[in-house]
Design a protein around this ligand. Sequence first.
Ligand SMILES: [Zn+2]
Length: 250
Amino acid sequence: MKAIERVKNDLVIANRILAREEVADAYGHVSVRNPDNPHTFFIARSLAPELVTPEDIVELDLEGNPVGSDNRPLYLERFIHGGIYEGRRDVTAVVHAHAEDVLPFGIANGTQLRPVVHSGSFIGAHVPVWDIAERFGDTNLLVSNIAQGRDLAKTLAGNNVALMRGHGFAAASRSLIEVVRMSVYLPRNARALLSARLVGGDIKYLSEGEIAARNREAYSPYSTATWRAWEYWANKCGCGNLLTRPEATK
Ligand SMILES: [Zn+2]
């Protein structure tokens, strides 16, 4: 199987996992940079992630324009992806979604979303909040042009996740597997933190050393530990037949 085909199959799996794990519903999207051309990326046409098949994948340039003659309707917020790929050469995959459990942390100024559980370590020590109103005033809150996408990417900077005030989040990583894993655990970490606040008392976050220790362990994209989650989620959402595992990297 060619690398491009494998990447497109992985992108279908990623879409279906995000739907099945309730990170995305009718809205939200995931993309992957073209392995053969860093100036374009693959993403589904405007379609709910639950319904995406390989035929629904389109190729866009970093300003959100389709490559070639594909004229099917596109996601309005595709500029999130282009803006991040343009600003972050290390990023290979991006997710944008509106998972409800993360929303309070983009709205309430006083409480930062940070890792509190081991699987939340993937989101990184710092999760900035992007407020579209700061630069663009009263909008419909959607990232609907490349200037807004670039502004979001600026707030994301070198972090893994940025919250979007009153809207959702954007997550970026070096592989599809990692960005999906991070996007699944992001709302779970947020739920644990919200519950802890209800229980009361001081919140104990993961320390920077603990986060670094997690990232040093065997959590590379195709490690046995990472693959275990991807394989599980892919089968759970009915995509086990699309799985291809490159050589394990430990
Ligand atoms: Zn959105």
